[in-house]
Design a protein. Structure first.
Length: 187
């Protein structure tokens, strides 16, 4: 697939089939992430592939957080159960974190930018392989319990849950602003 066509045709796919994704495809997606630009070659990304029972363990963490936030009451039971089931929406989740370098000249914001670029590489690669993906975050993503689940350092942060599988929906083309609406030419 031509890169420009991949960029223009990639869409968020929130509904995927439960079909197993081949390990080779997951590895290609992970490798694509490692080719993102990163200042001072720090490679600040960390990847966690969750399949099978690991998704249930993450769901248990989500449920614990929801119980903490909402209270473990009967009226909140459905929301807590939904949080438990969130990681089961796809056969594979790739959690992506940043572990910033301690090098003196490294700028923290650039470490985050590098990992976000890695995530985009991964989404484009998934699309080129015929897979659907959605980049999810939200309050749960940044919660200390989730950080502990992935054993991130004090400086580390989770930046994405990439839910991955074979598409079970179609998306229509997206409408984008004309480049002239978002561009100023300075001469």
């Amino acid at each position: 697939m031509d890169i420009f066509e991949a960029i223009k045709s990639r869409r968020t796919i929130g509904k995927v089939k439960s079909t197993v994704v081949p390990k080779e495809d997951i590895e290609k997606i992970l490798e694509a992430g490692t080719y993102a630009p990163n200042h001072f070659l720090t490679e600040p990304w960390r990847f966690f592939v969750l399949e099978g029972e690991a998704r249930n363990r993450l769901g248990d963490v989500f449920a614990t957080i929801k119980k903490e936030e909402l209270g473990d009451t009967e009226e909140n039971a459905k929301k807590i159960e939904a949080a438990t089931k969130n990681p089961l929406r796809a056969p594979v989740i790739i959690a992506v974190a940043v572990e910033p370098s301690d090098k003196k000249r490294v700028i923290l914001l650039e470490e985050y930018a590098a990992v976000n670029a890695a995530i985009q590489n991964m989404l484009l690669t998934a699309h080129s392989l015929g897979l659907g993906a959605i980049w999810r975050t939200g309050d749960l993503c940044y919660h200390p319990e989730v950080k502990a689940f992935f054993r991130l350092s004090e400086k580390g942060e989770l930046l994405a849950f990439i839910y991955l599988g074979y598409p079970d929906m179609t998306k229509s083309p997206s409408k984008k602003k004309n480049i002239n609406e978002v561009t100023k030419w300075l001469t």
